[in-house]
Design a binder for this molecule. Structure first.
Ligand SMILES: [Mn+2]
Length: 301
């Protein structure tokens, strides 16, 4: 008699950026994946038009025991401290609006509590941090090939967000037998391949990439962004850690959502930055339509 297989999966979500349509699409897909817990890597708000509903949703998931870990992001902290000097003009303008929209609401307290969570959290062999393991968290460095080496921790997987680009980093480069994933270039990193945006209809989701892990991987995984993807794939993104019997996998998921609906909300908000933010959502991270993408027929600006 063969025993029933053991199965467990954990979802990692990050950079929601007040995009409730994207968040709901990801949560609907997570619901289907038999996830035992959700870990959130920060930047719940900033940029997007729905900070209150996103914070309410997150708090509900915490109260229900579904989101079990949270680390703060630079937008969460900057908004709570009302210190927007680190942001570029687009982010600053949207975040000034976010402060005004939130500060007299019950959701402001939720954001304050998140901003005061520990910025680096360790759970078993997982480490969660929004940007990098730089001991000065307020620097909010971007994890790139050049500083990846300082962010590997032996036999741990470091999960990050912040750049909004789903990327896996391996400590070992191609050609070494140890590397079980065998897809990394000489610099030891791998950015998820983009898909055609029309490949999925709103409400649909799919696996973007699945990697089998060795027993004790030393890896860094950028989980990608739920609410403002920047690798030219407009789908909302997140990452699953899956255990099946003795094997572990990392699976990148992409969930299509009604981008038009979010973009219409930006149009109605009417800030100077909203056209650029709308182009980012429609293209998966471009700042203008001039560099290789056309506005969709519905684009309202
Ligand atoms: Mn972010």
């Amino acid at each position: 008699m063969s025993p029933e297989p053991y199965y467990n999966s954990i979802a990692f979500i990050s950079d929601i950026h007040a995009n409730i349509e994207a968040l709901e699409a990801v949560l609907a897909d997570i619901e289907k994946q038999k996830v035992s817990a959700i870990y959130c890597l920060g930047d719940l708000v900033g940029y997007g038009p729905d900070p209150q509903t996103c914070l309410q949703k997150i708090r509900m998931l915490q109260s229900a025991g579904k989101i079990v870990r949270m680390v703060p992001g630079n937008h969460d902290v900057g908004i709570v401290k009302k210190n927007l000097t680190i942001f570029n003009s687009v982010a600053r303008q949207a975040n000034e609006w976010t402060i005004k929209a939130l500060q007299d609401t019950p959701q402001w307290v939720i954001l304050q509590e998140l901003a005061n969570e520990k910025p680096v959290q360790e759970v078993g062999r997982f480490i969660l941090v929004h940007s990098t393991l730089n001991p000065e968290p307020e620097k909010w460095e971007y994890l790139k090939i050049k500083n990846a080496a300082q962010n590997f921790v032996e036999r741990k997987i470091v999960f990050v967000g912040h750049s909004h680009i789903p990327t896996l980093y391996s400590k070992y480069t191609a050609g070494k037998d140890w590397n079980p994933i065998n897809l990394f270039g000489n610099e030891g990193h791998y950015i998820m391949p983009p898909i055609k945006p029309e490949a999925l209809a709103p409400g649909e989701a799919s696996t973007q990439y699945r990697a089998k892990l060795s027993s004790f991987p030393s890896m860094i995984a950028n989980v990608g962004s739920v609410g403002q993807p920047r690798d030219y794939n407009p789908c909302a993104r997140y990452l699953l850690h899956i255990t099946v019997d003795y094997n572990d996998y990392l699976e990148y998921r992409q969930a299509a959502y009604d981008v038009q609906k979010t973009v219409e909300k930006l149009k109605n908000r009417g800030l100077d930055c909203d056209k650029e933010l709308a182009i980012r959502l429609a293209t998966g991270g471009r700042s203008t339509f001039s560099d290789g993408a056309k506005p969709p027929a519905w684009f309202p600006f």
